[in-house]
Design a protein around this ligand. Structure first.
Ligand code: ZN
Length: 109
């Protein structure tokens, strides 16, 4: 059964609308990444609940991560590169750091 990402409420089967949104839920704020199977298993089980990424200027994902505030809902989706299985988690922290002049981003959930 499909639920509204914002309210957790089951949406209308036919129209897809949520009673609390008063219509279709807004687009889910999400950043998507792919992971190697070994990492994916750890990410799925919760042992590894972060990912470190190099993002390019102008990338939509980077814009979303840079403008993120703790109070904003943002989700991360990780896709297993081999099986294409996906998991989604709510982002808890976004941290940037520079290593050898390369800007890296740590996304934690
Ligand atoms: Zn809703």
């Amino acid at each position: 059964m499909e639920t509204c990402w914002k309210h957790g409420r089951v949406v209308d089967v036919i129209t897809g609308s949520c009673l609390e949104c008063g219509g279709l839920p807004p687009e889910k704020p999400i950043v998507r990444f792919k992971s190697w199977p070994g990492y994916f298993l750890k990410e799925k089980s919760g042992i590894k609940s972060n990912t470190v990424r190099r993002l390019l200027h102008g990338e939509e994902r980077l814009k979303k991560l840079k403008s993120w505030r703790e109070s904003d809902p943002l989700f991360v989706e990780i896709e297993n590169l081999e099986t294409m299985e996906r998991i989604q988690r709510r982002v808890k922290d976004v941290s940037f750091f520079e290593f050898e002049h390369i800007e890296l981003c740590i996304i934690s959930w």
